[in-house]
Ligand binder design. Structure first.
Ligand code: DGI
Ligand code: FE
Ligand code: FE
Ligand code: FE
Length: 186
């Protein structure tokens, strides 16, 4: 295994300063949520730190990986916004030598969510959305709901994300819609 110093050094080299700092804040927020919800704090902090590790991987590299590593070829119809979690976990395993499936799964699910999520998955998904550097309208409501109930936070984020995607004519990845249907039950 790599030491945390080695993981931090690799991430710093791979990411812009702003995105590296976002990862540090997501890590801290994930640790706090893990404490509140009785999840392993070190797993949450590490998953939060690495969640966007692959955000700046070049498009050609992603396409090559999707074509050669048995990923769903439908992913080729999307972009880095979707790839950096689902495919990003592959680079995290290869380059950061993180093999813990709970951490890799939380990274895979951090953008689109999933129809089934562990508390760790929900924590990383929500920490990314409510970390203190986020300032969009609704973020205070998201923070409040997440501290009341993780499931309520997940439902709120998915609702807000779908509204945003549709308003801006963005494609909805099927898993994002399937997740919305599971977590918003009215
Ligand atoms: O990587 P971050 O910006 O920190 O956060 P993220 O990985 O949660 O990405 C958030 C963005 O992903 C947000 O702008 C909404 C977008 N997104 C989530 N689900 C979908 C999606 N984009 C598309 N096109 N389709 C989706 O289903
Ligand atoms: Fe992300
Ligand atoms: Fe997110
Ligand atoms: Fe992020």
């Amino acid at each position: 295994d790599l030491s945390s110093d080695e993981i931090i050094a690799k991430a710093k080299q791979k990411l812009s300063t702003g995105r590296f700092e976002h990862c540090v804040r997501v890590s801290q927020t994930a640790r706090e949520l893990a404490k509140q919800y009785g999840v392993d704090e070190n797993e949450a902090a590490l998953a939060g730190f690495v969640h966007d590790y692959a955000k700046e991987v070049p498009v050609d590299t992603y396409i090559e990986t999707i074509k050669t590593q048995k990923f769903d070829q439908d992913l080729l119809n999307y972009n880095r916004g979707i790839w950096h979690g689902i495919v990003g976990a592959y680079y995290i395993e290869q380059e950061l030598k993180i093999k813990n499936p709970a951490i890799l799964t939380a990274v895979k699910r951090h953008t689109t969510a999933d129809t089934q999520m562990t508390d760790l998955d929900k924590i990383v998904f929500m920490a990314d959305y409510i970390e203190p550097g986020r300032h969009f309208p609704g973020v205070e409501e998201a923070r409040k709901q997440t501290h009341q109930s993780l499931d309520q936070g997940v439902a709120y984020q998915l609702q807000q994300t779908l509204i945003y995607l549709i308003k801006n004519n963005f494609k909805v990845y099927p898993k994002t819609l399937a997740s919305y249907n599971v977590w918003n039950v009215k």
